[in-house]
Ligand binder design. Structure first.
Ligand SMILES: [Zn+2]
Ligand SMILES: [Zn+2]
Length: 203
């Protein structure tokens, strides 16, 4: 299953340049079968996810969120599969976010850890996320290599994701799961157990 794990829309992320409808159309055209919507500090209400899903039955639409872990911090973390606003309230307490996510079976991913200095500080703490981003629209080749070494050092899984803010960012970096996701929570098992492939455009 072709999956986008990191996507913003202009509905709730002011920095994104396309509406949810434009994003879904572009994902479907690019052959994606599932997407996690991960706005900055905002979880989509369940009813809105359901409405969008009804408009686009060709793709599975799952919720998530991207949290900045301290004020003006370079550390960003994705929590996938949740519509729980509590995660946003806990954003400056990364240990509690990680603990809650683990208890609830939600996948946590450190986003673009080497995009800015300080983005990988979380990796020095006791509690670690499940995975870190490797190839994304927001990592250069050098940054991706740093992510690969960090993943090895800390025993974490690497994922490719678009960190999509425009339709042009779709279809470059993604993961392909061996089995389809039946529910949003399945993503955690897929990643933790390595049941996926890293994919990039043209390969
Ligand atoms: Zn980010
Ligand atoms: Zn993002």
């Amino acid at each position: 299953m072709k999956i986008e794990m990191h996507l913003h829309t202009s509905r709730y992320s002011p920095c994104a340049a396309a509406t949810p409808e434009e994003m879904m159309r572009a994902l479907i055209a690019a052959g994606y079968e599932a997407v996690f919507i991960t706005e900055h500090e905002f979880v989509w209400p369940e009813a809105e996810i359901r409405n969008l899903q009804e408009l686009f039955p060709q793709i599975r639409i799952f919720p998530g969120v991207e949290l900045m872990l301290a004020e003006n911090s370079a550390e960003h973390m994705l929590v996938l599969g949740t519509t729980d606003v509590q995660y946003v309230r806990l954003q400056f307490a990364p240990d509690r976010v990680l603990e809650k996510a683990r208890k609830e079976g939600r996948l946590t991913v450190l986003a673009h850890p080497f995009r800015w200095p300080g983005g990988a500080e979380l990796l020095g703490r006791d509690q670690l996320p499940d995975a870190i981003e490797y190839l994304t629209n927001n990592h250069s080749t050098e940054m991706a290599e740093l992510a690969r070494s960090a993943a090895k050092q800390y025993g974490l899984n690497l994922v490719n994701a678009g960190d999509v803010h425009t339709v042009e960012m779709i279809g470059r970096y993604w993961i392909e799961s061996h089995k389809p996701l039946a529910n949003a929570d399945d993503i955690r098992n897929v990643i933790v157990n390595g049941q996926y492939r890293l994919r990039i455009k043209g390969r």
